[in-house]
Design a protein around this ligand. Structure first.
Ligand code: CDP
Length: 253
C-alpha cells in the first residue's frame, strides 16, 4: 500500500491526507489522555470503539439534517472525512452539572441545569483549553457573530439528537464537547460538526444506576474503559462483529 502523508498527530487520533483533494483520513488510536495529558495510557480497543461510535452518531446527525464532516468509515480504525478549517474552540453543551462546571461553580455533580448551557473553551493545550466568552471570540476574531449563531444552533441540535439517542438506551447525556469546522463550496462557507463524537468527549451515565460509561472511568480510575465503551456500543447495537481486543498469536501444532 502506498505510504500516506501524515498531516497531524493528536492525543487520540492521527490525520492523514485522504485519497482525493479535500478529504482526510482520521485514524483512531488506543491512546487515552486526561488532565491535559498528565495521565496517559493505552487502552486496547478504544480506537475501534470510538471509530464505530463516532460513525454512528455522525451518520445519525446527517440523517436528521445536521451537517458533519463525516464521509464514510474505511475500516475498524479509520474514517474518511471532509477536510475543514477547525474553529479553535471546544464547544461544550451541558444538561447536568459535572466536571469543571461543578468545581467552578460549586454545584453538585448530577444536578439538572435549568436549561442546556453552552460554553466555549479556547483550544490550546499549552494553556489548558481555558474557558472564554463570546466577547473574547468576537474580539480575537475566532468566529463572527453569524458563526456564533450557527454554532449555538448546531450545538443545541446535536444535544437534542444525542440526548434522545442515549435516552432510548437508558443513558443520560450529562454533557459533551464538539468541534466545528468550516468547509467551503466555492465562496460559500458552511459550518459542520467535525472531529469526533464518542464516549471520550461526552459524559454518559446509566439512568438507572448512575454508572459512568465515558472517559471519567479512565480519569477517575473507575474500572475498565473498554468495558464501559463496549456497553455503550452494545446498547446502541453497533458493537463490531470481530473482537476489538487485538488477537494474540496462537500456536499451531
Ligand atoms: O472533562 P473535564 O472535567 O476536564 O472538563 P469539562 O469542561 O467538565 O468537560 C465537559 C465535557 O466536554 C465532558 O464530557 C468532557 O469529556 C468534554 N471535553 C472534551 O471532550 N475535551 C476537552 N478538551 C474538554 C472537555
Amino acid at each position: 500500500m502506498a505510504r500516506r502523508k501524515k498531516i497531524y498527530e493528536g492525543k487520540a487520533k492521527t490525520l492523514y491526507e485522504g485519497p482525493e483533494p479535500g478529504t482526510i483520513v482520521q485514524y483512531f488510536k488506543d491512546d487515552a489522555t486526561a488532565f491535559n495529558a498528565e495521565k496517559k495510557d493505552v487502552i486496547d480497543g478504544k480506537g475501534v470503539l470510538n471509530n464505530i461510535l463516532s460513525e454512528y452518531f455522525m451518520v445519525g446527525l446527517g440523517a436528521v439534517g445536521v451537517p458533519t464532516h463525516f464521509i464514510k468509515r474505511l475500516n475498524m480504525r479509520e474514517q474518511l472525512v471532509r477536510s475543514c478549517e477547525i474553529i479553535p474552540l471546544e464547544v461544550i453543551v451541558r444538561n447536568y452539572a459535572a466536571g469543571t462546571m461543578s468545581k467552578r461553580l460549586g454545584i453538585e455533580e448530577g444536578t439538572a441545569l435549568p436549561r442546556p448551557i453552552v460554553e466555549y473553551c479556547y483550544k490550546d493545550d499549552s494553556l489548558g483549553d481555558p474557558l472564554v466568552t463570546e466577547e473574547h471570540i468576537a474580539a480575537f476574531g475566532w468566529a463572527s457573530q453569524q458563526d456564533m449563531d450557527d454554532i449555538i444552533a448546531l450545538a443545541l441540535r446535536v444535544n437534542d439528537f444525542m440526548s434522545g439517542v442515549m435516552y432510548s438506551v437508558g443513558i443520560r447525556l450529562v454533557d459533551f464537547k464538539i468541534e466545528i469546522g468550516r468547509t467551503y463550496d466555492g465562496d460559500f462557507q458552511r459550518l459542520v460538526v467535525a472531529d469526533e463524537i464518542s464516549p471520550d468527549s461526552c459524559r454518559l451515565w446509566d439512568i438507572e444506576t448512575g454508572r459512568k460509561l465515558d472517559k471519567d472511568v479512565f480519569r477517575r480510575d473507575l474500572g475498565s474503559l473498554t468495558d464501559a465503551y463496549t456497553e455503550v456500543a452494545n446498547r446502541l447495537g453497533v458493537m463490531p462483529k470481530q473482537s476489538v481486543q487485538p488477537t494474540k498469536p496462537t500456536l499451531i501444532n
